[in-house]
Design a protein around this ligand. Structure first.
Ligand SMILES: O=C(O)[C@H](O)[C@@H](O)[C@H](O)[C@H](O)COP(=O)(O)O
Length: 273
């Protein structure tokens, strides 16, 4: 189904029986992009969202990934982060550290967490400054079309309202064109204060993966991918996830059967050989 402007939502869609198989498919994909990025650039720049997505990444601590991934070349960022102390239960950094960062030999200097001692506005500004330095050194690649940072991989979750990162339906942040990192103080999903990448940065990535599981997301998944859902009065085009369309990167959705249960026709496409 196309949007009012006739655009059809494009992407690859991988549907898995259950979350365990989804997690395996996801970490295989991450390991493959890591290997390709390190071979091509000598670095792998990956940006993480929060939520259940991170629990799936725990498989990277297991064989064979713990031995085959070139962890020393990883540079880890956050697509969005709650403006709380880094040891707070709501911190995406804390979540990623417990599940992955504390269990694999990623260099601490390659882990770019926010300054948790300043306001949301200052944290966003500082994070963007750090990012601009890393684009200058090409640790993070740059998009030829708009000078945005071109991450090797951006990992997104999606809320039941179709939000990604900390970009929520109908929010003014969705219209930002020049900022790379912005902030929100009225997040509908608690906690209220967060920093977040903007859509231009997300859509400049070489690879974007949207990782969604569970029946509670099925209506939003259908609205985003099919462009309509009889069970909802929501305007599909307003869902931030439907605005994720990488300019010249690859988009892959990782779905379990429950999240994909209302889709019309997306046949599960096996990963490339
Ligand atoms: O910091 C955050 O809250 C996230 O970045 C947010 O975008 C999350 O990824 C989705 O809300 C999905 O979360 P679940 O997968 O846990 O539902």
């Amino acid at each position: 189904m196309a949007d009012s402007d006739g655009s059809k939502y494009k992407g690859d869609f991988r549907i898995f029986e259950n979350v365990d198989e989804l997690a395996t498919g996801l970490v295989d994909y991450i390991a493959a992009i890591s290997e390709m990025s390190v071979k091509e650039r000598g670095f792998f720049s990956i940006a993480l969202s929060g939520g259940s997505l991170i629990s799936f990444m725990g498989k990277l601590c297991e064989a064979p990934y713990n031995k085959t991934v070139d962890w020393g070349k990883w540079h880890i960022f956050w697509v969005d982060e709650r403006v709380v102390a880094k040891n707070h239960v709501d911190s995406n950094y804390k979540l990623a550290k417990e599940v992955l960062l504390s269990k694999v030999p990623i260099l601490p200097s390659h882990v770019y967490s926010i300054n948790d001692n300043v306001s949301a506005e200052e944290a966003a500004s500082e994070y963007e400054f750090v990012l601009r330095q890393l684009v200058k050194t090409r640790t993070v690649n740059v998009s030829e079309s708009n000078d945005c940072p071109k991450f090797d991989l951006i990992l997104l979750g999606m809320g039941p309202d179709g939000h990604v990162a900390s970009l929520f339906p109908w929010h003014a942040l969705l219209d930002l064109k020049d900022d790379w990192v912005t902030y929100i103080t009225d997040s509908p999903k608690p906690p209220p204060e967060r920093i977040t990448f903007t859509l231009p940065v997300i859509n400049s990535a070489s690879n974007v993966a949207v990782v969604v599981s569970g029946a509670t997301k099925a209506v939003a998944v259908k609205l985003v991918i099919d462009g309509y859902c009889e069970e909802s009065t929501e305007v599909a085009a307003a869902l931030p996830a439907r605005k994720v369309q990488p300019t010249d990167g690859q988009l892959v959705w990782f779905l379990d059967n429950e999240a994909a249960s209302k889709l019309d026709s997306v046949a599960s496409q096996p990963p490339p050989a």
